[in-house]
Design a protein around this ligand. Structure first.
Ligand code: FEO
Ligand code: CA
Ligand code: CA
Length: 707
């Protein structure tokens, strides 16, 4: 392995001005809240469109880059209906629904859902989640192109209503149903192929986008796709399975949740709740205590069935459970790992890289970035000659926040080099985990072999460390967070924001400064957003943090510590995205406030770490809290249909279309038909494009008010 400390010191060796120096100069010239920094800093640090355009003459115009000084649209009120509502002056249209064919020859989606599982390799998958818009010219990535593009979309999981008979078996439905006792092969195939990623070509006609059916770029990746391992764990004994005795590839990507783009223009998808589809029998005596500790740390105890999808229970017509299904049971059955799937579970839980522009390329699991329930992957706009830095959250109760610093130094000439660039920047580097101190400071602790010592789990090598990143993080005292969801980096300040969606298990006693709420000892019900500023460059190992925002119903006085109103209150922030202008978009996935309003999308104009004051929560914790929200700085822009989660977000380079995803509309609400085929009843996940009715830039009404 590389020597991380030497590496970090080396990163300071160039004479390039560093990020902090630039930032300090920038901030001293203009105050952030006046909006001018949005222009300057975005132009400096940029988003991919800017970085990628350093070699071209097509940088976006200044007008496009301006961040509004305040939010001027009229807030969308609380809404509990079956439609979707967007701010006045905007139009929201759904397309790319679950099951929509990507090519000719596949029949249109029918309300009876009796399509083969195999057909989903040519259809839109289920539960659309993270996504990214890639402008395209002549089949190549062009970050300034808005009229022709590839859209990469995650499909996170499947709902019962994907299947004609839900998750029940046929036998079960003929009598009193036995819930998920055994799955049918055709249903598991449908499940597996409706997971993953869709890459779809889009073209713009008038003010809207449509799928380019039969495009050679249209492609599905699913839980049945062969995928390569790369990085520290590739070829490890711990990844050997009957599928690949060399441990260099596996069968499927799963539970694609949040997304990210790489600085070089590929798609970074994630594997989150992979535990859901795995089971494990009785094999502790065979694999030993240490291997059992490792599996249990990821939730797969002996004699358990993960989240209950029971993919391992399906059999074919002759009653034989083939590898297609048995591989989802990570039980040591054979004499050695090359003859069973005991290590199958170790092959999931990674950042997965996909090159949308190379339809022949396989997906690659980037193991060096650690194995856990990955939400998304956010990169820091890189600086030539400096390492590339990525941030990631592990979305489970009490899990951690991680950072990966590449060994290789950034070269802008790598934009467009696809998976080769991924090999360069993601296979070698240093993984860290975050510690949030009570005084508003924090530190990154290194997770490298030789530097992590777990009392119950002696690591064998760096492959072991990344495969069991949670155990490594445990051993260095990482801070247990209230379910880290999306992370995004402000293009204005370089500060990093993370949604902590909620944590029903956070007791009052277990609260800390960064996770300071437990209402009536029933946990953090509504979640919050934490942000931090690295001390110096993004490779730093120390940072300063505060709570940007506490989510809460506006009338819940004790919990409403950010002064939210009916125009901007929310629960359970989840999706989080800084657009290239520095507007922060916040999406919700809650079940705690749905009697008052469906899930939503809000726009925000945050300032910076330390712009507020120390507050004391009802649990008695003193916490640095950001400036109070106002209707100028945080406002509800969109509300989705009943039962949905609003998630996934990306914007076109011209800022005229905002794409979001509606996931599981109508969940637990049988009356909802949002997204159904004409005349049908079954609601379907879909992508929504939001445009301004005057054809202008999203939130562009504020441009006249620029400082
Ligand atoms: Fe897939 Fe944590 O949301
Ligand atoms: Ca999420
Ligand atoms: Ca969530």
């Amino acid at each position: 392995m590389n020597n991380p400390h030497d590496f970090i010191e080396d990163s300071n060796s160039t004479s390039n001005p560093n990020f902090a120096d630039i930032l300090n100069q920038t901030v001293s010239r203009r105050t952030i809240l006046k909006g001018g920094v949005g222009l300057t800093a975005a132009a400096m640090f940029g988003s991919l469109p800017l970085m990628a355009s350093t070699n071209s003459t097509t940088a976006p115009t200044k007008t496009n880059l301006a961040r509004p000084t305040k939010l001027q649209f009229k807030a969308v009120p609380h809404y509990t209906g079956n439609d979707m509502k967007v701010a006045e002056g905007y139009t929201a249209r759904a397309f790319l629904h679950l099951g929509e064919p990507l090519i000719d020859g596949i029949e249109a989606f029918r309300d009876n859902r009796e399509h083969s599982g195999e057909s989903f390799l040519y259809r839109m998958g289920d539960n659309h989640d993270g996504m990214h818009f890639y402008g395209m010219v002549n089949g190549k990535f062009d970050p300034n192109q808005s009229n022709r593009a590839l859209l990469a979309i995650n499909h996170e999981y499947t709902n019962e209503n994907l299947h004609p008979m839900g998750f029940f078996t046929q036998e079960d439905n003929n009598a009193a149903p036995i819930y998920r006792k055994k799955r049918l092969a055709m249903d598991v195939r449908r499940d597996a192929n409706a997971h993953g990623v869709t890459v779809v070509e889009l073209r713009k006609t008038g003010d809207r986008y449509e799928m380019v059916k039969n495009s050679p770029f249209n492609k599905r990746f699913s839980s049945a796709t062969t995928v390569d391992f790369a990085g520290a764990a590739a070829g490890s004994k711990m990844l050997i399975t009957k599928f690949d005795k060399s441990g260099k590839s596996t069968w499927g990507i799963n539970n694609q949740c949040g997304s990210g783009m790489s600085p070089w223009g590929t798609y970074l998808t994630t594997e989150e709740n992979f535990l859901n589809v795995f089971a494990r029998g009785e094999d502790k005596a065979k694999i030993g205590t240490q291997a059992d500790v490792a599996l249990a740390r990821y939730g797969l105890k002996e004699n358990s069935t993960g989240g209950g999808y029971l993919w391992h229970t399906a059999d074919d017509k002759e009653g034989i459970v083939t590898d297609e299904f048995s591989r989802w049971e990570a039980t040591a059955k054979a004499n050695d790992a090359s003859a069973d799937y005991r290590n199958g579970f170790n092959g999931f839980g990674y950042i997965v890289e996909i090159d949308p522009f190379d339809p022949k390329a396989r997906a690659v699991k980037r193991t060096s970035l650690g194995r856990f329930a990955h939400e998304n992957c956010a990169f820091v706009p890189p600086v030539a000659g400096k390492p590339v830095v990525f941030y990631m959250g592990d979305d489970a109760r009490g899990e951690y926040i991680y950072k990966f610093v590449s060994k290789a130094k950034w070269s802008p000439s790598d934009v467009g080099k696809g998976l080769k660039a991924g090999d360069k920047y993601m296979n070698n580097g240093t993984l860290y985990v975050a510690v949030f101190n009570t005084d508003g400071t924090g530190e990154w602790r290194e997770l490298s072999y030789g530097k992590v010592n777990h009392k119950d789990y002696p690591f064998k090598d760096q492959a072991d460390v990344v495969i069991n990143a949670r155990l490594a993080a445990d051993s260095v005292g990482a801070t247990k967070m209230d379910r880290p969801e999306w992370i995004s980096v402000s293009p204005i300040t370089g500060e990093v924001y993370v949604t902590l969606t909620n944590n029903s298990k956070r007791t009052v006693e277990a609260t800390d400064a960064a996770n300071p709420r437990s209402y009536n000892n029933k946990g953090n019900q509504h979640g919050h957003i934490v942000r931090w500023r690295e001390r110096g460059e993004h490779t730093a190992t120390a940072f300063d943090w505060d709570v940007y925002l506490f989510a809460a119903p506006n009338d819940l006085t004790e919990q409403n510590l950010s002064n939210l109103s009916a125009e901007n209150d929310l629960s359970s922030p989840d999706g989080l995205y800084f657009d290239p202008r520095g507007v922060l978009w916040i999406q919700t996935d809650d079940s705690a406030y749905t009697k008052t309003t469906n899930c939503m999308l809000l726009a925000a104009l945050p300032s910076h770490v330390g712009d507020g004051k120390i507050m004391t929560t009802t649990t008695g914790r003193n916490t640095p809290v950001g400036a109070m929200a106002t209707n100028d700085t945080l406002k509800r822009f969109f509300v989705g249909p009943k039962g949905c989660e609003v998630t996934g977000i990306t914007m076109t380079p011209d800022f005229k279309t905002l794409f979001i995803n509606i996931q599981h509309p109508g969940e637990d609400s049988p009356d909802v038909t949002w997204g159904a085929v004409p005349g049908g009843r079954v609601p379907r996940s879909a992508t929504v494009m939001i445009t301004k009715n005057d054809g202008g830039v999203i939130l562009g009404e504020s441009l006249q008010n620029m400082a």
